[in-house]
Design a protein around this ligand. Structure first.
Ligand SMILES: [Zn+2]
Length: 313
């Protein structure tokens, strides 16, 4: 049987339950906002704490950055002044090089003017050439290096070192293979050009002075045709009129030194053949330099515009 509720009672019950529901919602709302507020407050405090810690780091980074920028500017200044220095050095070197043909001319006219050209063939050698460069540097001597193209490709950094020290880089063929270079004049000139490509690749300059593998006499009957081709290409060639004799192995440093002194034979203008490829020659070098200096020789690098010592003309 359906229980009847009086309409007034129903109204009162309806009103009071709505009241309690609203109260509950309000309480939950207040609780939630308090909890959320506390959480958010904690979060903000934590973040600002982290920011507080970050700030000194950011300051440090900013200072480091400013410092780096300052250093970079200083470095740029140094680089610029070093470029200026290098340019100045190159100018001085060029002026010096321009004087060499005149000095050489004087030596041809006056036997009291003595000049010596140290020439090193068949390098660069990874083992020996840097040591030869060191000895030359210690004695403030400039020389001429007749490099072989296939060696240049193996040690381009040594060719750069030779250039940086101010020595003359000259061309001694690419293959140094007698059968190949003396098979015909075109083969000879092609081999020379190939070596020059390797030299240019290594240090950015082409050599104007060449030395025939074995010397110009080795070209025999082909010499006139080769000489013609060399002239066409703007090359000049040089042989030697003194030698330490290290083309043959088995000599000690002292013997090579003695060979050199004997072969100079009082000549006031000497182009000395050596090879930067052995310990014995390395041992002989300081003694040869001392001998030349004690005997008032000016030791100079070869320059393309001077008159060269040539066995075959
Ligand atoms: Zn050679």
């Amino acid at each position: 049987m359906e229980r009847k509720i009086r309409p007034d009672t129903a109204k009162i019950i309806g009103k009071s339950s709505r009241f309690w529901i609203i109260c509950a919602i309000l309480i939950i709302g207040i609780l939630c906002s308090t909890v959320l507020g506390a959480w958010a407050h904690g979060k903000i405090q934590k973040t600002s704490g982290q920011l507080g810690k970050l700030n000194p780091q950011l300051e440090q980074i900013k200072m480091d950055y400013q410092m780096a920028q300052q250093n970079l500017e200083e470095l740029e200044n140094v680089v610029n002044s070093s470029q200026e220095y290098q340019q100045k050095m190159q100018e001085i070197q060029q002026q010096f090089y321009q004087l060499i043909p005149q000095i050489d001319q004087k030596a041809q006219e006056n036997p009291n003017v003595k000049v010596a050209y140290l020439t090193f063939d068949d390098g660069p050698s990874g083992t020996y050439t840097p040591q030869f460069l060191e000895v030359l540097k210690e004695h403030h001597i400039l020389a001429t290096f007749f490099v072989v193209g296939n060696q240049v490709e193996q040690h381009p950094e040594i060719v750069q070192q030779i250039q940086q020290q101010g020595h003359t880089i000259a061309n001694h063929s690419y293959s140094h293979d007698f059968n190949k270079v003396y098979s015909n004049p075109t083969a000879f000139i092609n081999d020379i050009e190939q070596a020059n490509n390797a030299i240019e690749q290594a240090c950015g300059q082409r050599a104007k002075i060449i030395r025939f593998p074995g010397g110009s006499a080795t070209a025999k009957g082909q010499f006139p045709a080769i000489k013609e081709l060399l002239n066409q290409k703007g090359y000049t060639y040089v042989d030697w009129n003194a030698s330490c004799g290290d083309g043959r192995s088995g000599y000690t440093g002292d013997q090579l030194y003695q060979n050199t002194v004997n072969s100079i034979h009082g000549n006031n203008r000497v182009t000395i053949l050596m090879h930067d490829r052995s310990q014995a020659t390395l041992d002989a070098l300081p003694k040869i330099i001392s001998y030349l200096e004690e005997n008032q020789y000016l030791i100079l690098p070869l320059t393309p515009d001077q008159q060269m010592v040539q066995q075959k003309k």
